[in-house]
Design a protein around this ligand. Structure first.
Ligand SMILES: [Fe+2]
Ligand SMILES: [Fe+2]
Length: 138
């Protein structure tokens, strides 16, 4: 099924996120302080704002209908935030763990979370998501 257009801003971020996960996985073979810094900067600029939109606009409206999905998103985001901190401080194994979890998290959101959003969220909520997070990537 085609994604609701109002979720396409978040979905197009997911494509960028999968590319980032592959890059970090490859770099983690020879993890460097520069790679850690670049990852932390990209996380703050791209992933953190995306996580906030999901946490503030999507999750509150899913808590009743899909509590297990909400718990998974919250746990994944918390773990990714922890891993990126450790990776920035030079831990290659945490860079690898970050890359794997980011990949799995994005796949989960595309296959389970967003279809549930399309089923459970009102037009009003989806309109808010679109206004706050329009599609910015090609
Ligand atoms: Fe997420
Ligand atoms: Fe996401």
């Amino acid at each position: 099924m085609k994604r609701d257009p109002r979720l396409q801003g978040l979905s197009s971020d997911h494509h960028q996120g999968l590319v980032l996960a592959r890059t970090v996985r490859d770099q983690s073979q020879r993890w460097t302080p520069a790679a850690g810094l670049t990852l932390a900067e990209r996380f703050d600029a791209e992933l953190e704002p995306h996580f906030r939109v999901e946490e503030e606009l999507l999750l509150p409206h899913l808590r009743l209908g899909a509590p297990a999905l909400v718990d998974r998103v919250v746990d994944d985001h918390a773990t990714l935030r922890r891993h990126v901190g450790a990776a920035r401080d030079g831990d290659a194994s945490m860079a690898r763990a970050f890359a794997q979890l980011l990949h799995d998290h994005i796949r989960f959101e595309e296959s389970e979370l967003f279809p549930m959003c399309e089923r459970l969220l009102s037009d009003e909520v989806l309109d808010c998501v679109w206004l706050r997070w329009p599609k910015t990537h090609p």
